[in-house]
Design a protein around this ligand. Sequence first.
Ligand code: YCP
Ligand code: CO
Length: 291
Amino acid sequence: MRTHYVATVPLDDARLGEDLERSLSLRWSEAYSDYIFGGSWNSCMLWAPGGDTGDGVVTNYAYDRPPAFTAYADQLPYLRKLITDTADLDRLNFARLALVTNSVGIPHRDLLELDDLPNQSRNAHRMHIPLATDDNCLFTEGNTVYRMRQGEIWFLDASVIHAVAVLSGIKRIHLMLDFVDTPDPGSLLTVAGGTPDTGIPADRMVSRPALTGPERASLLGLADVLTMDTFNEVFSIVIKKHYRSDGGDDFVWSTLIDLARGSADPAVLPHALKLRRYYTLERSAQELDPF
Ligand code: YCP
Ligand code: CO
């Protein structure tokens, strides 16, 4: 199934606000922060195998024990109810809050690292429900930039290259749901009114002007300042450009590799190629640290 809007759940803003406020005093995991530049990728585990809050790394949970609400969820009654009312708990592996502020993510594919897990416990299907968001919170998939609105349930095909961008100081919080493999992902939700898979709706897409020749040339000029010391900053600039201008398919990674080829620092190109392989192609649970 492709990434698509599924349905909208009514949210009680007052009760949601209380839970989100309380959630901020819990201990959030910074696992996966190597996927973003600017701040960290923070997660708060609400439902997981064994009911463990754990360390936030999805490969580190007790898959031989049944999934259950965690101690964090016990402190967040509205979110607990939202999950219970929305998801098919028999097939839910993980429910976590994902908090991002002022950051851009590295375009990547997911779920590949979980191929080693037994089939019944693989996280094969992912959904997002934005709980706190605004117009500065964007998502990208392939060469599409789009927005998910508060309270919308989205099915995400995480095997397609995707990334998040939060281009403001808002504390963007999504509820992320990961389900086990099933031949019928349409039935993972218990809410009514699910729409069929028609892809990302056109009115959620952000239209960007085509990247101009001069813009591309000035971006490529960053090769002059690209060293291992400036790598992450230059990479962030390229990623941010993708949200403002349409540079074509594979813009982010191909621009980064072009820049790396032009860098005077001999360590940069091998590093860029290694990152591209890690984030977009093949990687395994044994190969966790790209740096
Ligand atoms: C995401 N993949 O895109 C997931 C979780 C790391 C990257 C965090 O949200
Ligand atoms: Co991802």
